[in-house]
Design a protein around this ligand. Sequence first.
Ligand code: HEC
Length: 120
Amino acid sequence: MMRIFLLLLAFSIFNLCSAQNLGALLFSGNCITCHHPTKTISAPSAAEVKKRYKEAFEDKEEFVSYMATWVKKPTPEGSLMHDAIKKYGVMPELGFDEETLRVISKYIYENDFTKHETGY
Ligand code: HEC
């Protein structure tokens, strides 16, 4: 009985950690090539994108759902960064499903890019 309990405990802790790390992993694998944590190279930095979205949406759920929806299908009309579009062109569509993009958007909301660059 105890052993099963410990096993379940270990499993839940593992799940908690991996949910957070999954966002970091997905961001590092798919977004960081264009969005450096703090430097603007070929696209606005992750810190800059986050700042703009936070200015527009104080609420975490609104931030996450707007970002996930926009990244799923980037359009100039829905953009919060028209200046960036002028400079770099509209971001390409990457083909992720909305659930994955919500995980990434949550990570962007939670992670302080100015402190630890990739969240690890
Ligand atoms: C091939 C390069 C590239 C990749 C890869 C990329 N982006 Fe972008 N992204 C851009 C560029 C360029 C802009 C600025 C122009 C714009 O806003 O459309 C941008 C803008 C954005 C914006 C601001 C949108 C707005 O205009 O309001 C968000 C949010 C964003 N990216 C999220 C992501 C996420 C999340 C990923 C990874 C899943 C990602 N991007 C991957 C190039 C990229």
